[in-house]
Design a protein around this ligand. Structure first.
Ligand code: GDP
Ligand code: MG
Length: 699
C-alpha cells in the first residue's frame, strides 16, 4: 500500500488533515525508544488506499529534539512514497523554513497550503503557480477546517504514486555553494543516502550526520568545510549561516507569491485583540483573571457563590459520586451474594483495597475532565500561545520558556496530565525541568490533607495556612529552578520560537477529541499502575511479616513495621517522634499511592475501631480531627503537610514521570531531588517554627 507522511510545524493543521483523510480513525502508538505519539490511519477513496502517518510537529530537521529526530528518521529510513508538507499559509515565512529542509530529502514532496480560508477572509491570496515553479514541487491550496482543496490534492497524489524525486537545496547557488560541494563530496564518498540533505546537515555540523560519516568537528575534512563556510560568512557558525540563507531565499523568492490584502502596518482583527490581551500591563491581570475563572468553574462549589447554582465541576463531581455510590453498593451486594463477609480477605481486598484506592483516584476524573475542557478551549482558540508569551519574561528567569507555564498550571489540578503535557514543550531541558517542578504545584488530591489539619488546629487561620502551603510549593519550585539552572542544566538554554497563531473559533469535535485523548490516558493509568500499587499497599497494610492477616495499618502490619523502621529519618522533621509518630510515617507511605490515602490512613490509624472513609463519615471525621489536634502541634502539622506536598507524588504521577523522562538516571535523580527538598524544607519549618514559638509563643 502507498504510504503518505504528514509533516509540518506544530499547529499547522496536520491532525485536522489527518482526521479528514482517515475519517478520524487513528491508531496511536509510540515511536520506538521515545515517547512521541505515532498516529497512523488509512485513507480510502475510489482512487485507491494509502496509509497515512501524522509525524510530530516540528520547526526544523535538526537533531535537537526527539520529535525532529523521529520525523527525519522516518522520512530517511522508512521512505514514505509522498511527504505532504502542511504549511500554515497565514504564517508563510516561518513555515517555509521547514519546507526548504524537507525539499533537501530524496522524497516526493507535496506542499499543502493550509488555512487558506483565513487568507481569503482577510482578502489575501497566494499565487500557487508561481510558488510551485519556485519550490519545484506541486503546491495545493487547502483548508483542513472546511475540507476544501483536499480531494484535488489527493487525486494528484494518488495518480502520481510511485514517482521518485531527488533532493534539491536552495544553498547550491548562494555564497555557500563551494562549501556545499565539498560537503557533498564527503557524503558521497561514504555512500550515504539522501546526499543533498546530509551534505547540508554537514555544513551545519549536525551531530547525527557527523556520526554517520564517522567524523568529528576536529576531522581535517570537516575543518576544511567549516573553513569554506567561514570564508562565505566569517561572523557566524555553519548552522547560523545556513539558517540565514534559508530565510533570505524564503523572503526574496517564495514569500512574494503571497499578495497581502492589508497594507504594511495595517492591523487584522487578531492583531487588534492582541493589542489588549498581550498588553504590557494589562496582559498579566487579564490572564490571571481568566485562569481564576477557569479554576472557579472547575474547583468552585457554587457558581460565583450563588448558593443553589453549582459550577460545572461540582455538578459533574456530584454525578460521578452518585454513580460510584451505586457501583460500590453493587459490589458490596455481590460480596454478600458470594458469602464474603466484612473483614474477610476477599471483602478487604475488593472493597477496602481496590474500590477505595482506585475509586479515590477515579473520583478526580470529573475535575480533570472539566479543567482540561477549559484549558483545551483556551488552547484551541489560540489564547494559550499568548499566555505563554506573557509568562515568558517571568519564567525565563528560571531558565524555562513561557510555554512551561501551561503544564505547571495544570499541576494545580493534577500532576499526571500536567507531566504528560510537557510534551508540548520544544526542548529537552524545558521538559525535564518542568516535570521536576510540577508536583510542587499543589494538586487537588493534596487539598484534603490541608482541610483536615485546618479543621483540627488552624480554624481561625485556615485560609492563610492553605495559601501558605501553596506558596511553599511555588517558592520551593522557584528556588530549585534557580539552583538546577546554575548546576545540572548549566549552559543548556534552547532557543524559543514564539508563534502567535491567529485566533480560531474552537470546534466542538476537536475539543472532544483532545479531551478524550487525555481522559483515556488517565483511565488507563488508574486501571494499571494505580490498581497494581493499591493491591500491593493493601497487602502491606493488612498482613504481618509472617503473612498473617492483621488489623489494617496496625503496628504489626508490614507497613507499620516499615514505618517504625524508617521513622528515624523523619524525627528531625518534628512529627515522627512520640508514641504516635510511626502513624504519620505510615500515612506518608500510603500517600505514595494517592495523596487522598494520607487522610483515610490517618482516619484508620488514629481511630482504630472506626472504619469507613474519614472524609465522608462525619463522626469519623470529628474523631480524626480530635486525635490529630492531640498528636500534632501547629509546627509539626505544617512540617508534615509540607513533606507530603514536596516529596514523591502519587504512583500515577511517578508512572507518568517514568515514561516521560525516558531515562532511568533522570528519573531517579528527580525522585531523589524531591525527597531531599521535602526533607530540607520540612526541617527548616520545624526549626524556625519552634524557634519562633520559643521566643514569641505564637502558636
Ligand atoms: P497540528 O498541531 O498541526 O496537528 O494542528 P491541528 O490540526 O491540531 O490544528 C491546529 C488548529 O488550527 C486547530 O484549532 C484547528 O481547528 C485549526 N485549523 C486547522 N486547519 C485549519 C484551516 O484550514 N482553517 C482554519 N481556520 N483553522 C484550521
Ligand atoms: Mg497535531
Amino acid at each position: 500500500m502507498m504510504r503518505i507522511a504528514l509533516a509540518g510545524n506544530p499547529n499547522s493543521g496536520k491532525t485536522s488533515l489527518f482526521n479528514i483523510l482517515t475519517g478520524s480513525r487513528a491508531h496511536v502508538g509510540n515511536w520506538p525508544g521515545v515517547t512521541v505519539d505515532r498516529r497512523e490511519g488509512t485513507y480510502k477513496s475510489k482512487l485507491g488506499e494509502a496509509s497515512i502517518v501524522d509525524l510530530p510537529g516540528i520547526y526544523s530537521l535538526s537533531p535537537y529534539s526527539p520529535e525532529e529526530v523521529v520525523a527525519r528518521n522516518y522520512i530517511i529510513d522508512d521512505k514514505p512514497d509522498v511527504v505532504i508538507n502542511i504549511v500554515d499559509a497565514t504564517n508563510l515565512e516561518r513555515n517555509l523554513y521547514l519546507t526548504t529542509q524537507l525539499l533537501e530529502l530524496d522524497a516526493p514532496v507535496v506542499v499543502a497550503l493550509n488555512m487558506t480560508d483565513l487568507l481569503k477572509k482577510e482578502g489575501s491570496s497566494i499565487d500557487v503557480k508561481l510558488l510551485e515553479q519556485r519550490l519545484g514541487v506541486p503546491v495545493f491550496s487547502i483548508s483542513a477546517l472546511y475540507g476544501t482543496g483536499i480531494p484535488e490534492m489527493m487525486e494528484n497524489i494518488m495518480q502520481n504514486a510511485g514517482q521518485k524525486r531527488r533532493g534539491d537545496t536552495i544553498l547550491k547557488d548562494g555564497p555557500l555553494a563551494t562549501a556545499f560541494d565539498a560537503a557533498l563530496k564527503i557524503v558521497k564518498s561514504k555512500n550515504l543516502s539522501n546526499p543533498v540533505f546530509h551534505a547540508v546537515k554537514l555544513l551545519e555540523n549536525d551531530s547525527l550526520v557527523l556520526q554517520a560519516v564517522g567524523m568529528t568537528e576536529e576531522s581535517p575534512e570537516i575543518k576544511e568545510v567549516n573553513a569554506l563556510v567561514a570564508a562565505a560568512n566569517p561572523l557566524m557558525d555553519g548552522d547560523a549561516v545556513v539558517a540565514d540563507e534559508r530565510y533570505k531565499t524564503i523572503s526574496e523568492k517564495f514569500v512574494p507569491a503571497l499578495k497581502r490584502a492589508k497594507k504594511e502596518g495595517e492591523l487584522t482583527t487578531s492583531d487588534r485583540v492582541d493589542k489588549v490581551l498581550t498588553h504590557r500591563f494589562l496582559g498579566l491581570p487579564i490572564f490571571f483573571l481568566l485562569m481564576w475563572f477557569v479554576f472557579h468553574l472547575t474547583f468552585g462549589e457554587f457558581l460565583f457563590g450563588i448558593e443553589p447554582v453549582p459550577t460545572p465541576g461540582s455538578l459533574l463531581t456530584m454525578g460521578v459520586e452518585w454513580l460510584f455510590g451505586y457501583v460500590n453498593d453493587g459490589a458490596v451486594w455481590l460480596m454478600e451474594a458470594i458469602g464474603a463477609a466484612e473483614g474477610s480477605l476477599t471483602y478487604g481486598l475488593i472493597i477496602d483495597g481496590i474500590f477505595a484506592g482506585v475509586g479515590a483516584v477515579l473520583g478526580f476524573l470529573p475535575l480533570i475532565a472539566i479543567l482540561f475542557f477549559f484549558l483545551s478551549l483556551l488552547e484551541e482558540s489560540g489564547y494559550m500561545a499568548r499566555a505563554a508569551f506573557i509568562m515568558d519574561r517571568l519564567l525565563r528567569k528560571l531558565g524555562l520558556s513561557g510555554k512551561a507555564f501551561v503544564p505547571m498550571l495544570m499541576g494545580f489540578g493534577c500532576s499526571v496530565p500536567a507531566i504528560m503535557g510537557v510534551r508540548t514543550l520544544e526542548n529537552d531541558k524545558d521538559r525535564k525541568l518542568t516535570m521536576m517542578l510540577i508536583p510542587w504545584m499543589s494538586c487537588g488530591a493534596k487539598f484534603p490533607i490541608y482541610a483536615v489539619f485546618a479543621a483540627a488546629m488552624f480554624d481561625k487561620n485556615a485560609d492563610l495556612m492553605t495559601f501558605g502551603l501553596y506558596l511553599i510549593g511555588i517558592v520551593t519550585a522557584i528556588i530549585a529552578g534557580l539552583i538546577l539552572n546554575k548546576t545540572v542544566f548549566k549552559g543548556d538554554s534552547g532557543t524559543f520560537i514564539m508563534e502567535l497563531p491567529a485566533y480560531h473559533r474552537p470546534r466542538f469535535k476537536s475539543l472532544m477529541l483532545h479531551l478524550w485523548d487525555k481522559v483515556k490516558h488517565y483511565l488507563v493509568r488508574a486501571g494499571t499502575v494505580i490498581l497494581a500499587s493499591t493491591i500491593v499497599i493493601w497487602f502491606l497494610a493488612n498482613f504481618s511479616f509472617s503473612l498473617r492477616m492483621v488489623e489494617a495499618n496496625s503496628a504489626e502490619s508490614i507497613l507499620g513495621v516499615l514505618g517504625n523502621a524508617i521513622r528515624f529519618f523523619f524525627v528531625p522533621l518534628g512529627f515522627a517522634s512520640g508514641q504516635d509518630g510511626w502513624k504519620a510515617v505510615v500515612a506518608i507511605l500510603t500517600g505514595l499511592v494517592a495523596k487522598e490515602m494520607v487522610v483515610s490512613t490517618m482516619g484508620v490509624l488514629y481511630n482504630p475501631g472506626i472504619s469507613g472513609d474519614a472524609l465522608e463519615d462525619e463522626g469519623a471525621q470529628a474523631a480524626l480531627i480530635a486525635s490529630i489536634s492531640a498528636s500534632f502541634t501547629p509546627v509539626s502539622a505544617l512540617s508534615f503537610m509540607a513533606f507530603n506536598l514536596l516529596s514523591v507524588p502519587c504512583m500515577a504521577a511517578v508512572g507518568a514521570l517514568r515514561s516521560e523522562m525516558r531515562s532511568k538516571r533522570w528519573f531517579w535523580f528527580t525522585m531523589g531531588m524531591w525527597i531531599v527538598f521535602a526533607w530540607v524544607v520540612s526541617f527548616v519549618i520545624n526549626i524556625i517554627g519552634n524557634g519562633l514559638n520559643a521566643v514569641f509563643h505564637w502558636f
